[in-house]
Design a protein around this ligand. Structure first.
Ligand SMILES: *Cc1c(COP(=O)(O)O)cnc(C)c1O
Length: 346
């Protein structure tokens, strides 16, 4: 292959960097007297580390959270490695050695991980305590283990299971976390994710870990007025086709035209994260509604162009990405809509 550059893509995401920065600043203010960090795992929830982390850093974020060790290097191109914490922690000597070599902080989730970390030589780390989600994190009983007393703990944290609901579990977890705080000496204490921040002052402690709301998700109504949409996906019109009455559209012919109808074939499909469950929605152009017809294919969808008969090949159509609304309409969570964004869109 010669070095010819590929032509511009036929699908894209426009990122509103100002909205991303404003969302972080708003969550940071709500986290006072503590500070907000930023969950940047899963490639910033699908929006791209290279585009989002510099914006979050410049807005003022100083603490970054990823899930996997494989995510550290990409984030560390933009921020000091020592500001990155790895949620899954070190399960093997290889991971502990990588932590020490890279400078990212492991989050110790079990006595096994505490042993692995100590055996590798230890150093600054975070500790996750389980206060009721029963996922990652040391059991409350384990906090008294002498291994924990020997750790050099930057941040003691826990994670809320139901912060996006009115649940008595929220208060219960917060009370448990206060108990954990009295048992473990750490530089900082951190409990709240995006939704937890909206639960109020009792939940913010020293550091919060918002993810979803940074990227425009709204897990609780308290955040609706201030959190702004960040991602605006668009896909190009590939072809126009005039349908006749009786023409069937797409796989399995699930849609039949009842009249003469202009249709458009659009360059986005389920391989891009636009799943079949979104097939009941509509795309848009300049506010004009273009209902989807037929099944979502891997690389394409078909729209009814009746409301925009002037559109031509190459014109950009808007993919709805108002996260709370889109989630409601298709039955996916706001998290799944973001993290499902496919590589061709990023
Ligand atoms: C993903 C994650 C977060 C961010 O949660 P959001 O609900 O997206 O704000 C915070 N803390 C932990 C431990 C996480 O795994």
């Amino acid at each position: 292959m010669n070095d010819i550059a590929p032509p511009p893509a036929t699908l894209r995401i426009n990122l509103d960097s100002d909205a991303l920065a404003a969302n972080w600043r708003h969550l940071d203010r709500m986290s006072a007297p503590g500070r907000a960090g930023a969950a940047v795992k899963a490639d910033c929830y699908g929006l791209g580390v290279d585009r989002c982390v510099p914006v979050l850093r410049d807005a003022g974020a100083r603490d970054f959270f990823v899930a996997h060790w494989s995510e550290v290097a990409d984030v560390a191109r933009h921020v000091p490695a020592a500001s990155i914490s790895v949620l899954h922690g070190p399960i093997s000597a290889a991971e502990a050695e990588y932590a020490r070599a890279s400078g990212a902080r492991p989050i110790i989730n079990s006595l096994h991980q505490a042993r692995v970390w100590a055996a590798a030589g230890g150093g600054p780390c975070d500790v996750m305590v389980d206060t009721g989600i029963n996922r990652l994190g040391l059991a409350m009983e384990d906090l008294a283990d002498p291994l924990i007393a020997e750790l050099e703990i930057n941040t003691l944290m826990s994670h809320l299971a139901s912060a996006d609901e009115e649940s008595p579990d929220n208060h219960r977890q917060m009370a448990q976390f206060r108990r954990a705080r009295s048992m473990v000496k750490a530089g900082r204490y951190s409990l709240a994710n995006s939704a937890g921040i909206a639960l109020g002052q009792d939940y913010v402690f020293d550091l919060t870990r918002p993810g979803l709301a940074l990227y425009g998700g709204i897990p609780r109504p308290e955040l609706a007025a201030q959190i702004r949409q960040v991602a605006y996906p668009q896909a190009a019109l590939l072809l126009r086709r005039d349908l006749k009455p009786g023409d069937k559209v797409g796989y399995n012919g699930t849609y039949t035209a009842e009249r003469v109808m202009p249709s458009g074939i659009v360059s986005i499909g389920y391989a891009d994260g636009f799943l079949r469950s979104r097939g009941g929605e509509a795309l848009a152009h300049d506010g004009r509604v273009l209902p989807l017809i037929g099944k979502v294919s891997m690389d394409m969808v078909v729209v009814d162009l009746t409301n925009a008969p002037d559109l031509k090949e190459g014109d950009w159509l808007d993919i709805p990405f108002d996260l709370p609304g889109a989630a409601e309409r298709c039955g996916l969570s706001q998290y799944e809509l973001l993290t499902g964004i496919g590589h061709r869109l990023r």
